[in-house]
Design a protein around this ligand. Sequence first.
Ligand SMILES: Cc1cc2nc3c(=O)[nH]c(=O)nc-3n(C[C@H](O)[C@H](O)[C@H](O)COP(=O)(O)OP(=O)(O)OC[C@H]3O[C@@H](n4cnc5c(N)ncnc54)[C@H](O)[C@@H]3O)c2cc1C
Length: 408
Amino acid sequence: MDSDNFDLIVIGGSANGSQAAYIAAKNKLNVAIIEEHDFIGLPEHCSGLFSYSGLNQLNSMPPEDIIFNKNIYGANIVSPNGKIFSVRKSDPHAIVCDRAAFDKFLLNRAIDEGAKVYQPYKAMSAKRSNKQIYLDIKSKNGDTISLTTPLVISGEGIRGSIANQLGLITPPKNKFVNAAQFYMTDLNEINQEMVEVYQTQKYAPDFFAWIIPMSNTTAKIGLGTSKKSAAKELEMIIKKHEILKNRCEGSDITRVTAGRIPITGPIKKTYTDNLMLVGDVAGQTKPTTGGGVVLGGLAGQIAGQIAVQCKLKNRYDSNFLKIYQKKWKKEMYSNLKRMLLVRNYMNNLSDYDVNILFNKLENKGIIQDIENLGHIDNQGVIVKKFMRTLSLYPFYFRTSFKLIKSFF
Ligand SMILES: Cc1cc2nc3c(=O)[nH]c(=O)nc-3n(C[C@H](O)[C@H](O)[C@H](O)COP(=O)(O)OP(=O)(O)OC[C@H]3O[C@@H](n4cnc5c(N)ncnc54)[C@H](O)[C@@H]3O)c2cc1C
């Protein structure tokens, strides 16, 4: 059995773990990444829709050859009764890319800086002793390696088993949204500059359905739901929903992907002795849209910077690592909390309520406000203004009452 020691071990070589590994390796830390899948990014669990500003902030713009669509200007949001409310920016706001290839691009960047990857190796168990973490990893053919490190960054996604073993409580598994997505060709009337979002409790309870265009005939069409079988619900909506049915008539499904999304917002504690959590495992996922690559990536980069500080100061204790939580909270906490408020609010509205809400949105000036202030990664800014402008407070109190009742 081999044994190796590293300054930092990152669990999970996907987008957010790789961001942490990249920053730490670039700053000369001796970094290992543990990734259980043969091919990073697979099985695919993402639409690959990322904002320009988010990618620029992360200095992570993917190469041209893995981008499907560079010109997403905004979104058409469709109410249950088919009313369309359009939010369009004057310049391209987001790209659609191949998420698996994006993960590979980020992982390779960390490798180029000197990070060592154990792949396909699964982190099986982690124990803390003498201010070190002892980690056993296992390959598919049963090879086991023991690694030691004073610091682990977990970017292990929603499962969170290593985080749990080391004493942190990860997002509640019974509150995940189940999502499925079809790659489809020969679609009809696709506006390749606009994402479509279908708000419908009937077909996509507690989330929504979407069309993310790759061209004017191809798109990723998906749905998130609190029901178990997202793929079945997706099959149903593309056959039965008035607008989606027309879009999909005569089209083909070329690929099916699926995943789960945490929508309960950030967890209380994202650090403890010798450990920081980044991305989905920390609930740094937008409860509104389910996007977790920009904010999770930002948290990943912050954790990478803290790892460098840990090595410099030779401090890996919880009291030192609390700076990680302070820093990522400063960047995104209130934004995430406001998005959580919106998610809880929306999930307590019936389709009838949403139709009323859309009528209110037709009021002059509101769409303009959203176009000016709205941002795919920072929706918190618009939320406060929205509630006031739309006089939603009574409505909000009504749904809050429902929410409180649902706890008992
Ligand atoms: C259908 C769908 C569409 C989405 N669309 C978007 C979108 O368009 N834009 C966006 O920003 N977000 C989107 N998301 C959310 C996004 O996919 C997640 O937020 C993001 O993948 C989280 O990244 P992560 O690195 O934290 O975790 P993950 O991507 O889940 O990566 C975790 C990694 O850890 C590895 N791992 C886990 N446990 C172990 C272990 N014990 N040992 C070794 N390796 C381990 C896994 O193999 C995996 O590679 C979507 C999600 C779904 C389900």
